[in-house]
Design a protein around this ligand. Structure first.
Ligand code: ADP
Ligand code: ZN
Ligand code: ZN
Length: 724
């Protein structure tokens, strides 16, 4: 017998299938991990195929040395998925296979855990001297119980007494495998009766198709998901439920744990290595049938899937931006089609791309336009901050927001203040007239770069001098301005010295369970104010929150990204959804320097469709995705000249595509990356924007031309989320 093996190494030269022979008596199956001789070394590999014969010179074929585990860690479906991803995402086979098993297992770092139990040895009669008091106590205890856990006995009596009893053969010891389980703090959950809207949604979702579930915040999508999963389990099938990394609040896990108990396994980056490995094994063995987690849970080793759900489908975190680069939607689609089951994409604000697909009937659209508990969506009041300056208030908070906060404090309720902050860089804005510096060619906002004090366009690379005065109104009050959470908390505390004010951002949530601690403290204090970044935008369901303040809504609007308007719409809708979920009416105060921007009109009216039509129109005219494709080739190297040389060689090849494809290529140029250096590596890039018709072809050609780099320092990104 012969085996096709993929070597678990990064080198491009090894990115192919190698043939090994199998010694008689060695049980090798497809999907197993094996150790093979390679040159002078022994390396790990994956068996991806078996065959009786092979075409090579058999005298030169080496034998598989051993198997790593006696089971196939990679299941047949995942081998098919590997082929799909290799083609679709132009990835090396080994890099894909690694996604399918926990890192800890790959590196052989975690072992299965065993617990010790002690019990009375039945066959021995026990004689203990009077002085052996502790031993006697142990014997008395064990006589009353079938067995006691080792750690408990140890703690109480100490190991020396246990050991004496063991040595004399009076008690015996057994080992039992056990799973490390992530701890969840269980709360209670109200039992709800489905409303007609939810019933209709559940009724509609069946068969081998993709559904876009467009439901306003609080429409009860979670309940729909749980019912769908329940039905799937009853048929003896399994389910994957994905949530974005950012909304990995314990709340969603609690819901699922309470409903499905041991049948749920949780996969996300916050788990310890051991926990992750054990949860993976429970899915692998079929002990758990529901995988719930962030992006990587899409690779859960479940068989016989009955449904895949992606909640908050518009979230950026579903696209992997680090290597290996892939889109969760593509993988989910593959697995759903393979298993012949529905794929559900849920959101209050679907991505323009997904909604476009629904419009073209590629997805089935299901709508849930009202809140499940009958509550109105909160009113969104837009406050013009330039008007505030004219009235003499140049602080962070408008008079309206201060008054609303005072009411919340008076009524002993709660408020959330949202600080919209992304990345390191920011735009330039005139605080007198609202002017924003934009690229003359691309009509996207320029980004201020502190390191060289320039304004840069992230699409075409053009650079501009930093402005000292506003070109529109002549004011000198022009600067790049983002306020941080810390500053906001400081200012708030001055206004409301006696009120509990909590802060949630990257700085305050570094430690394990920090999230939960802050949220619990917030929940248990009345009145209280929670100040935070994107982290507070999703998933939380606090009934006493009656006010949401968006301190500077424009922060995501004028980011140099064709998706920035879409992101702003999504973010504001999400944060607003936190208000008025309980008994009292909710209110949102949105502060902006651009009150007439179309996004604010649509967002205040909860008019997703109107927004979509406008946005669709703009993207179509400007030829941005989903009406074109952006391909970025990124070169990074510690040595600037090497990066630049690599870029030149490739650019000279890629530029020839222009002759072949003409106007199919809307834009092509080479430039320094907007952020010139990251982690001590210089960055250069080639940017292409191409029409859809020939996009696949051009993409493939670009990959072909860029390939053959040996050092792994060239990356290709399709419609990248960030262009820094
Ligand atoms: P979404 O995920 O769509 O934002 P949730 O699933 O969080 O909404 O539901 C919002 C609230 O409505 C939750 O408190 C939930 O318990 C409640 N809810 C869901 N379905 C119903 C129902 N049929 N009747 C009453 N309340 C419901
Ligand atoms: Zn101005
Ligand atoms: Zn530009």
């Amino acid at each position: 017998m012969y085996a096709d093996v993929i070597i678990d190494q990064d080198a491009k030269a090894l990115d192919k299938v190698f043939v090994y022979s199998i010694a008689d008596g060695l049980d090798v199956k497809v999907g197993m991990r094996v150790i093979v001789p390679f040159g002078a070394r022994h390396l790990q590999g994956f068996v991806v195929g078996l065959k009786d014969d092979c075409d090579y010179d058999k005298s030169r074929i080496k034998q598989i040395s051993s198997v790593v585990e006696d089971f196939s860690a990679i299941k047949p479906e995942m081998l098919e998925l590997m082929k799909f991803m290799a083609k679709k995402n132009h990835l090396s086979l080994a890099s894909i296979l690694r996604l399918f098993i926990p890192t800890e297992m790959r590196e052989g770092k975690v072992k299965e855990l065993f617990k010790t139990f002690y019990s009375i040895a039945p066959e021995k009669e026990i004689f203990l001297p009077k002085s052996a008091k502790k031993q006697q106590e142990i014997v008395d205890l064990l006589s009353q119980m079938p067995r006691v856990e080792g750690s408990k006995l140890n703690e109480k009596f100490g190991y020396s007494s246990i050991k004496s009893l063991l040595d004399k053969g009076y008690i015996k010891k057994e080992l039992e495998k056990f799973s490390r389980r992530p701890e969840i703090d269980m709360g209670e959950t109200a039992k709800v009766t489905l409303n007609q809207m939810q019933k209709n949604a559940i009724e509609a979702i069946k068969g081998n198709a993709t559904y876009l579930l467009h439901g306003v915040t609080g429409s009860g999508k979670t309940e729909v998901y749980m019912h769908l999963i329940d039905d799937v389990l009853k048929e003896g099938k399994s389910a994957i439920m994905l949530v974005p990394e950012i909304s990995l609040t314990p709340q969603i896990f609690n819901h699922f744990k309470l409903r499905f108990g041991e049948r749920v396994a949780i996969l996300h980056s916050g788990l310890s290595a051991g926990e992750r490995f054990d949860e993976w094994k429970r899915l692998f063995s079929g002990e758990a049938q529901i995988a719930i987690g962030a992006r990587s849970a899409i690779f859960a080793p479940l068989e016989n899937l009955g449904i895949i759900i992606i909640d908050e489908e518009h979230e950026q975190s579903y696209i992997s931006e680090a290597n290996p680069r892939f889109s969760t939607h593509d993988v989910a689609d593959f697995r759903a089609r393979y298993n012949n089951c529905p794929l559900v994409l849920g959101s209050a604000t679907p991505s323009v791309e997904s909604y476009e697909k629904a419009k073209r009937s590629e997805y089935n659209l299901i709508e849930m336009p009202t809140r499940a508990n009958g509550k109105e969506l909160p009113t969104i009041q837009i406050v013009d901050m330039i008007g505030q300056i004219r009235q003499g208030n140049s602080g962070i908070f408008s008079n309206e927001l201060i008054a609303a906060l005072a009411n919340v404090v008076n009524d002993k309720k709660q408020a959330m203040l949202f600080i919209n902050r992304r990345g390191y860089s920011s735009f330039m804005r005139c605080r007198e007239c609202g002017y924003i510096a934009k690229c003359t060619d691309c009509d996207v906002s320029l980004v201020y770069h502190r390191e060289d004090n320039r304004l840069k366009c992230h699409y075409c690379g053009k650079q501009f001098k930093v402005l000292d005065v506003c070109p529109k109104c002549g004011s000198e009050n022009i600067k790049q301005g983002a306020v941080g959470t810390e500053k906001v908390v400081g200012e708030l505390q001055k206004l409301f010295p006696d009120v509990k004010i909590l802060r949630m951002d990257n700085d305050t949530t570094g430690t394990k369970n920090a999230h939960q601690k802050i949220l619990n403290e917030f929940k248990n204090s009345l009145p209280s104010i929670l100040v935070g970044t994107q982290m507070i935008a999703k998933g939380h369901d606090f009934e006493n929150v009656v006010l949401v303040g968006i301190v500077d809504a424009d922060q995501s609007l004028f980011h140099a990204d064709y998706r920035s308007t879409e992101r702003t719409f999504q973010l504001i809708t999400q944060v607003s959804g936190r208000a008025g979920r309980g008994g009292s009416e909710g209110k949102v105060i949105l502060q902006t320097y651009a009150p007439r921007h179309y996004v604010y009109k649509f967002v205040a009216n909860y008019d997703y469709k109107g927004f979509f039509r406008k946005e669709e129109n703009i993207r179509q005219t400007a030829e941005f995705p989903p009406f074109s494709r952006i391909i970025r080739v990124l070169f990074s190297n510690r040595d600037e000249k090497t990066a630049l040389d690599e870029l030149k060689v490739r650019y000279n090849k890629i530029v020839k595509l222009k002759e072949a494809y003409g106007s199919e290529i809307i834009y092509l140029d080479a430039m320094k990356s907007p952020i010139k250096k990251i982690q001590d590596k210089y960055r250069y890039q080639i940017m292409l924007r191409v029409k859809l018709e020939k996009a696949d072809q051009i993409e493939n050609e670009v990959f072909e031309l860029v390939k053959n780099n040996t050092k792994n320092n060239v990356f290709i990104e399709i419609n990248p989320q960030s262009l820094s």
